[in-house]
Design a binder for this molecule. Structure first.
Ligand code: ZN
Length: 121
């Protein structure tokens, strides 16, 4: 019960500073790269949706390669941490494969261990 409430709070707090933050900014900058090696930036208003492609000055169709909120242009864009990222901070791929293999064979044999029992120690 308490666990569920906490999880709900985390999701809410996170969404405030991720995609929603970009949407509410006045403008944002999108970067495009064309097949001829040209890279350029286009500033869009926050109401606009960045198109997947933009016509380059050379006439080629350039692909969207990134978005930046203008106010934070100088700062490196902080990637949003996913559950997968957090998992990788705790375990290596090798460890995860061991856990997965264990769990798969346990599943096939109908003896899945309860959550947490495969922690070390
Ligand atoms: Zn070009």
């Amino acid at each position: 019960m308490a666990d569920r409430a906490l999880r709900g709070m985390q999701i809410g707090a996170k969404s405030l500073e991720s995609e929603d933050g970009v949407v509410f900014a006045d403008r944002f900058i999108v970067r495009y790269a064309c097949p001829n090696g040209h890279e350029f930036e286009v500033t869009l208003s926050s109401e606009a949706t960045a198109p997947a492609t933009w016509e380059c000055k050379c006439g080629q169709s350039a692909d969207l390669i990134g978005e930046t909120v203008e106010d934070e242009e100088d700062k490196p864009v902080k990637p949003q941490r996913t559950h997968w990222d957090m998992l990788l901070e705790r375990r290596s791929i090798e460890e995860l494969e061991v856990v997965l293999t264990e769990q798969l064979s346990a599943y096939r044999e109908g003896r899945l261990r309860p959550e947490g029992s495969y922690r070390k120690g």
